[in-house]
Design a protein around this ligand. Structure first.
Ligand SMILES: [Zn+2]
Length: 462
């Protein structure tokens, strides 16, 4: 359960955390009942070298990273995570499974909750910036993958169980009480963007072309109704397309915007990939121009109607110095994962005529290593492992070089730095492995078969 505290009770410093969460054994004489409860519910393991067979052990290391190191006081590490106070005290210990364990094995808890519910309740302070990333980026990570098999024997209970959906007791209770599963405020209005006459049109399979064309409803979209709104409402002209939902409401049936009476909502223009060309520039103008009354008007700058949205952007000074590409990566950084950002970076470099790739890399590489850092920490089982900046940069370059290689090119060609020699060797080894992995016999057979299927013209070419 994730609980957001009100600003006046938020944990800003170590002593705030200490007042809510403890990761130490309580004083046996002062708090005998709490001591008993912690002993009963909040001691991890024991595991590690004391008990290598504990279920938490993976390759001789505790997967939950116990025993934790001693800490004389609660601190925040460089990533903003709280590291709880666990003082070394020979007097304080409990006996678990015949082994003496101390503060290093205490699972963080809240004394009041523990005493009230008399059950295992792990309470921890969460790092806010990580959470925001997790909560709001996770939903954008792409679709989940499912693995499925076809089988004849349907009586395999284990397989049937594995394919079921799992609902934990907490979620079951939450749903039984019919609490809200999800709530978002203020509401966000997604604003479509399209080039003239290129809006999406929905029709049924049996509809005739004439009736589709006659359908009035297709004439207006949110964007074209915005143009109409600007003609009729002078106060709408003060706003950009994205700002319109703060003051106006879209009537889906009538396909018109009208003044809003109740709560405002936030407008967000649909994402457009930079490789889309004119549509991308049209979107850029929408973020800039207020009160446009037509597509034509949108590309009018100082009374001059430009031939393309691109040239209108240019004359407004929105382009140049790779500004648009920096902007494209910055806006994608809000919603995209690091791996997606690396892919986008490579696409931009390959197809978008960037004047200074190095500058683009310098201003964005720090958004591209979340997953790399996560994997490194997981591999070494050190959750707060600090990886020096130059190594992270090197790893980002390594991943980028692999993407460039997939497109038969290299960082070098775009005057970007290469990963260091060690990493390059890894790439070469990988290529070598791939080259050596061919099944020559199989390929020979395939070649013979395909060759026999060539038609006369193809054989002549051969
Ligand atoms: Zn363990």
């Amino acid at each position: 359960m994730l609980i957001w505290l009100k600003p006046n009770v938020k944990c800003f410093c170590a002593s705030d955390i200490d007042s809510i969460i403890s990761a130490e054994l309580p004083d046996k004489n002062l708090h005998p009942q709490l001591y008993e409860t912690v002993n009963q519910f909040m001691i991890h393991g024991p595991c590690g070298c004391i008990n290598p067979k504990s279920p938490c052990m993976r390759e001789n290391i505790c997967s939950k990273n116990f025993p934790k190191p001693y800490k004389s006081e609660t601190i925040f590490d460089t990533n903003g995570f709280a590291v709880y106070k666990r003082r070394e005290d020979e007097e304080k210990f409990v006996i678990k499974n015949g082994v003496k364990v101390d503060n290093r094995f205490v699972v963080p808890y809240n004394a009041e909750l523990l005493l009230k519910y008399n059950a295992h309740i792990n309470v921890e302070s969460c790092c806010q910036s990580m959470l925001i990333k997790y909560l709001f980026k996770y939903v954008n990570k792409g679709s989940d993958r499912a693995r499925l098999i076809f089988q004849e024997n349907l009586n395999d209970e284990i397989l049937a169980y594995l394919n079921c959906r799992h609902i934990s007791p907490y979620e079951a209770v939450w749903r039984l009480f019919q609490y809200f599963i999800h709530h978002r405020e203020p509401s966000v209005e997604r604003l479509p963007v399209h080039l003239p006459l290129e809006q999406n049109v929905v029709f049924t399979a049996d509809q005739s072309l004439q009736s589709i064309i006659n359908q009035k409803a297709f004439e207006n979209t949110m964007l074209t109704s915005w143009f109409a709104l600007n003609k009729n409402f002078p106060n709408a002209r003060e706003l950009t397309y994205a700002q319109i939902p703060t003051k106006f409401l879209y009537d889906v049936k009538k396909k018109t915007w009208k003044p809003r009476k109740y709560k405002a909502s936030i407008g967000r223009i649909a994402y457009v990939h930079p490789a889309f060309g004119e549509l991308y520039y049209l979107r850029m103008l929408l973020n800039f121009k207020k009160g446009a009354i037509s597509f034509e008007d949108l590309k009018t700058v100082n009374g001059v109607v430009h031939s393309s949205y691109h040239s209108a952007c240019k004359s407004l000074g929105l382009l140049g110095d790779d500004k648009k590409w920096i902007e494209a990566l910055s806006s994608a950084a809000h919603i995209a994962s690091s791996a997606q950002l690396r892919q986008l970076f490579v696409t931009i470099i390959l197809f978008c005529d960037v004047a200074n790739p190095q500058n683009l890399f310098d201003s964005h590489w720090q958004n591209m290593y979340d997953d790399i850092l996560y994997k490194l920490r997981k591999t070494f089982a050190i959750p707060d492992m600090i990886v020096p900046e130059h190594e992270l940069k090197n790893s980002v370059l390594f991943e980028l070089e692999l993407l460039f290689n997939n497109a038969s090119t290299s960082l070098k060609k775009y005057h970007l730095p290469m990963p260091n020699a060690e990493k390059m060797l890894e790439i070469q080894n990988r290529f070598l492995r791939e080259e050596l992995n061919y099944d020559c016999e199989e390929l020979y057979k395939k070649h013979a078969l395909l060759k026999s299927q060539l038609n006369q013209g193809q054989k002549t070419c051969l």
